[in-house]
Design a protein around this ligand. Structure first.
Ligand code: ATP
Ligand code: MG
Ligand code: FE
Length: 352
């Protein structure tokens, strides 16, 4: 199955062609092309994503980005089995651009349309680098989400914990902004932290040791804002960045441990996957890998290029849905909110 995927839910305009080779493990994915146009320069002056500017930029770029992704593969639209587009959650103006473009292409070429939940894309993204069998325990850490999920298969996921306030990526971005690091903050904060030593800085340890699998970052954020105002030197800032990164890693690890222990009681196949933009952070990857090993779990993270937003993950989720016969009606609508637990509902009438 070969699928063109389109992604426009935030500030990346992306298109990708992915081929799914069926196998007993759920299929091996082959990325034939993956083009990502980042809008970072358009938003940098505002210190964050401006929805109206994002939507306009998607309109300007979607045709060119798709043309490039298709030009890189040695076949035309005739070689495709379907077109997948992100239908939410995200900035709805942007989502509408990619979804409408996908609908038009599907109609014009007589191809099935698959509306994909952006988070489902992140959930399968580790499968772009290795053949990963379902089920697995997933920590989804991105700019807008921080959740632990039991992933039984495509469209078959349940949430076992989530943040009660900010997402981890959001915490990275806001604290980075307070340190004057600009946007996007996560990668900049990671670079600064490499020069710092945060061991002497005391940050709140929210929810640590609590029995559920929820997260909280607002206390950490407030404390970091306060300390940021007292930073006098670049070294002070680097030390704070290191402390913040370690505190976030510690919380992600502690909350995941709860889920790992519970999951291990009911599953023999023990695989822990982390995905989403924050999974690109090396300290967090290493911390979670050690946590997984401690509980006897294999550990997997997506290739770096597929942690932050991309269309290869959307194409793969689309291909997996297509393999199950889960296509979408042409009048499917863009959804600003769309919990992953009900990802199947949109495409499968029996679940409405
Ligand atoms: P969502 O997927 O929840 O809708 P999103 O699509 O905006 O949100 P992603 O593209 O998955 O989020 O990830 C972007 C987030 O990841 C940003 O918050 C960014 O700061 C963070 N991030 C990216 N790289 C790193 C890094 N190296 N360290 C920490 N955070 C990072
Ligand atoms: Mg982005
Ligand atoms: Fe994302």
């Amino acid at each position: 199955l070969t699928v063109l995927g389109l992604e426009t839910s935030c500030d990346e305009t992306a298109a990708s062609v992915v081929r799914l080779h069926p196998s007993e493990m759920g299929g091996r994915a082959e990325v034939l092309s993956s083009v990502v146009h980042s809008q970072i320069d358009d938003h940098a002056a505002y210190g964050g994503v401006v929805p109206e500017i994002a939507a306009r930029s998607h309109v300007e770029m979607i045709a060119e980005v798709t043309r490039r992704a298709m030009a890189e593969v040695d076949m035309g639209y005739d070689g495709l089995d379907g077109i997948a587009a992100t239908a939410g959650p995200g900035l709805v103006g942007g989502v509408m651009v990619g979804l409408s473009f996908g609908k038009a292409a599907a109609l014009a070429r007589g191809l099935p349309l698959v509306a994909v939940n952006h988070l489902e894309g992140h959930a399968v993204s580790a499968r772009l680098g290795a053949e990963v069998a379902y089920p697995f325990l997933l920590l989804l850490v991105s700019g807008g989400h921080c959740q632990l999920l039991e992933v039984r298969g495509i469209g078959d996921m349940s949430r076992i914990g989530a943040t009660i306030d900010d997402a981890a990526g959001e915490a990275f971005d806001k604290i980075a902004k307070a340190l004057g690091l600009g946007y996007p903050g996560g990668p900049a904060l990671e670079r600064l932290a490499a020069q710092g030593d945060g061991s002497k800085i005391d940050l709140p340890r929210a929810l640590l040791g609590r029995k559920d699998c929820d997260f909280s970052f607002s206390g950490l954020k407030t404390a970091a804002f306060r300390i940021a105002q007292t930073c006098e030197t670049d070294q002070d800032k680097a030390d704070l960045a290191d402390a913040v990164q370690n505190a976030i890693a510690r919380q992600l690890s502690d909350r995941s441990e709860r889920a790992l222990a519970a999951y291990a009681e009911t599953h023999d196949h023990r695989l822990f996957v982390v995905a989403g933009g924050v999974a690109a952070n090396k300290t967090i990857r290493a911390t979670l890998e050690a946590t997984a090993a401690k509980h006897g779990f294999d550990f997997l993270a997506p290739p770096m290029a597929y942690c932050t937003d991309n269309a290869a993950m959307i194409a793969l989720a689309g291909a997996e849905r297509l393999a199950l016969g889960l296509t979408s009606d042409i009048d499917v609508v863009a959804r600003p909110r769309w919990p992953l637990d009900e990802a199947r509902a949109l495409a499968d009438p029996s679940h409405k």
